[in-house]
Design a protein around this ligand. Structure first.
Ligand SMILES: [Ca+2]
Ligand SMILES: [Ca+2]
Ligand SMILES: [Ca+2]
Length: 271
């Protein structure tokens, strides 16, 4: 019986070796690896400062040295500042305090830094009359002209002045009107804030600048979000004996206060 058992073992062993394809043990080691450490080898460790156990201010959880003051290691290592870094905004670390800043003309209108500064204002900036955006050059017989623009604002910080923009930036527009015979220069301007929250408030202005560079009286009013406002400045450039009222109507929109919004408003002008 024992003889038969030894025979079976021998047979199985032979089968097993041939199934392995005769693998040589030496093949398992890379040729000339030379990687085996010897007793004299030393392992470089990061320098230990202070206590035997590194403090949070010295290393990340991965053991790498950590320089405090960056957005990923602001007050302590591995305590990244919240928020997202992208085209519109970025996290900041100032003296161990996390913050968030919008770039250029981007605004954190919804107050949520997880989606960064999600609304960009109309660029280039046109917040003074000298930089007014030309809507068109038309004749007084032409149809209604219109344009849209945004008025974003927020409670956050901005990397360019003004750093606080609770009221955003004012917008200026102009429409040139050529006075033709048999038509009248109306310069009737309607501001439409129907897409804005009711708690927001705006001041709108309009005036007419005659071609002879004579500025006529400014008219202005206040309008709430959700509503419209129409202004019609005086366009009488000429004395009664002359009939050319050619010129340009200038219009502005300023936010006075209330909820922030990334919505667009519309200005429609009857030339
Ligand atoms: Ca946001
Ligand atoms: Ca007209
Ligand atoms: Ca704007």
């Amino acid at each position: 019986m024992k003889k038969f058992h030894n025979l079976v073992v021998l047979l199985l062993l032979t089968l097993g070796l041939s199934a392995c394809g005769g693998v040589d043990v030496i093949d398992l080691l890379p040729p000339d690896s030379g990687a085996l450490p010897n007793a004299d080898s030393t392992i470089d460790l990061p320098p230990v400062t202070g206590d035997i156990y590194p403090s949070l201010g010295d290393f990340t959880i991965d053991g790498a040295p950590c320089a405090l003051g960056s957005v990923d290691h602001c007050k302590n290592c591995d305590e990244p500042c919240p928020g997202i870094d992208n085209t519109g905004g970025e996290r900041v670390c100032d003296n161990g305090e996390c913050g968030f800043s919008c770039k250029g003309e981007f605004y954190d209108v919804n107050g949520d830094i997880d989606d960064g500064c999600e609304i960009q204002d109309d660029i280039p900036i046109h917040e003074v009359s000298q930089d007014a955006r030309l809507i068109a050059a038309v004749e007084d017989c032409d149809d209604l002209q219109s344009t849209t623009a945004k008025m974003p604002s927020d409670d956050g910080a901005h990397d360019e002045a003004p750093e606080s923009r609770k009221k955003g930036r004012a917008d200026w527009f102009t429409l040139e009107i050529d006075d033709k015979a048999f038509c009248q220069v109306e310069a009737k301007v309607t501001f439409n804030f129907s897409a804005f929250p009711a708690s927001s408030e705006f001041r709108v202005k309009a005036y007419y600048l005659c071609d002879a560079n004579k500025k006529l009286a400014v008219v202005e009013d206040y309008v709430d979000g959700g509503e419209t406002m129409t202004l019609q400045p005086n366009t009488g450039c000429t004395i009664l004996s002359a009939t050319d009222d050619s010129g340009a109507v200038f219009m502005s929109v300023e936010k006075i206060g209330g909820a922030h919004s990334g919505a667009a408003y519309t200005i429609t002008i009857e030339p």
